[in-house]
Design a protein around this ligand. Structure first.
Ligand code: 5GP
Ligand code: MN
Length: 351
């Protein structure tokens, strides 16, 4: 009995066009978004290994550094960081035959790297699951209904008939991205094919329990204590609005010797409070305020992100930025919450 099915969600003509573009290219660059997360790195590294296996000259360039709990992935040490050496990265982008843009919809999501990306004469391929893909790409695979770009990389290779060739490192990277973009399969993960794909990855001998531990049981003591502080001292609950806010100033973070990635996942915790369906995390960063949103049910946190913080993302997981003071960002959030009272109440009534 073989029940495993993976529907051909990517248009076969696009799969063929991508394979053809790869075939014709020598120098290939894989790029992903600012502050790369598990899906950004997982999808990119899986493709990186696959293309290297094909004998291509592949570089992976990310805009800025990524958290320590993603460094276990094979190839992570070969990833080049744009902001460490912009002029070298610009040259690589300019001389590429083919550039893959993974896990972001528009060049702006790569920060300072965007102009070099846009002006490169290379052929460009987008593979992503965010709404509203940009128009600079020669081939666009944009499937917002799919929960991770890593799953799209699996689907691309599977549809291209490469499943048999898929190796352990590729399978691990794909699984990591699928796992992290669904919070360990706790949201955006009711599609049965996700589990069909996991089954196919397990057949490549991934150790999914070990991957979970690498990512989620790998934090520093400082991060653990910062989490405790945040939840007890920097949490506001708005019970009538079914919303919660956590916030950290630069000073708070310095006190706990903040290192990149330490606050990853914090925004999810308030959703575990009964009847809280909208969680926001406002963090003072270098020169900007970074905001993360999570929601449940039909509450569109991406609309909130777009309207008040120049951001976007998915219905239940989104983010934005604010250029101004921390206090202003907190005030904008409070005003936004009032404006969204109706939508919050509407969403909770579906419970
Ligand atoms: P996180 O809160 O994990 O940083 O981001 C969650 C999701 O929100 C990301 O997968 C991405 O889709 C979106 N997102 C985060 N920050 C931004 C931003 O500054 N702009 C836009 N457009 N989307 C963002
Ligand atoms: Mn993603």
């Amino acid at each position: 009995m073989n029940l495993t099915t993976v529907t051909e969600l990517i248009q076969p003509a696009k799969v063929a066009a991508i394979m053809d573009a790869v075939e014709r290219s020598e120098q290939i660059v894989i790029t992903t978004h600012l502050s790369p997360d598990g899906d950004a790195l997982g999808s990119s590294l899986a493709l990186y290994h696959y293309l290297k296996g094909k004998g291509k000259q592949v570089r992976m360039i990310v805009p800025n550094t990524f958290p320590y709990f993603l460094r276990w992935m094979k190839g992570a040490s070969e990833v080049e960081i744009y902001e460490y050496n912009p002029s070298a990265a610009k040259k690589i982008l300019y001389h590429a035959d083919l550039i893959f843009a993974l896990d972001y919809n528009i060049p702006k999501r790569t920060g300072d790297m965007a102009p070099a990306l846009e002006s490169s004469p290379a052929k460009k391929i987008l593979i992503d699951h965010h709404l509203s893909p940009g128009d600079i790409f020669d081939i666009t695979i944009s499937l917002p209904e799919i929960s991770s770009t890593s799953e799209l990389i699996f689907r691309l290779l599977f549809q291209a008939g490469k499943y048999d060739e898929l190796n352990l490192a590729e399978a691990e990277c794909i699984y990591c991205g699928m796992m992290t973009d669904t919070g360990g399969f706790t949201f955006n993960s009711n599609d049965p094919e996700i589990f069909e794909i996991i089954s196919l990855l397990l057949r490549k001998k991934i150790d999914k329990d070990a991957i979970y531990s690498h990512v989620y049981h790998n934090y520093s003591e400082a991060r653990f204590r910062l989490l405790g502080f945040t939840l007890s001292q920097r949490l506001d609950i708005y019970p009538d609005l079914h919303a919660a806010l956590i916030y950290l100033s630069k000073e708070d973070q310095a006190h706990f010797r903040f290192s990149k990635g330490d606050t990853e996942g914090f925004v999810n915790y308030p959703l575990s409070i009964k009847d809280i369906i909208f969680s926001t995390f406002i963090r003072e960063d270098d020169g900007l305020i970074k905001i993360s949103f999570r929601s449940q049910l039909s509450f569109p946190c991406n609309e909130f992100a777009a309207e008040f913080f120049n951001g976007g993302g998915h219905l239940n997981a989104s983010g934005g930025e604010y250029y101004g003071t921390f206090e202003e960002a907190l005030r904008i959030y409070a005003d936004g919450l009032k404006a969204y009272e109706g939508k919050l109440k509407q969403a909770i009534n579906q419970l």
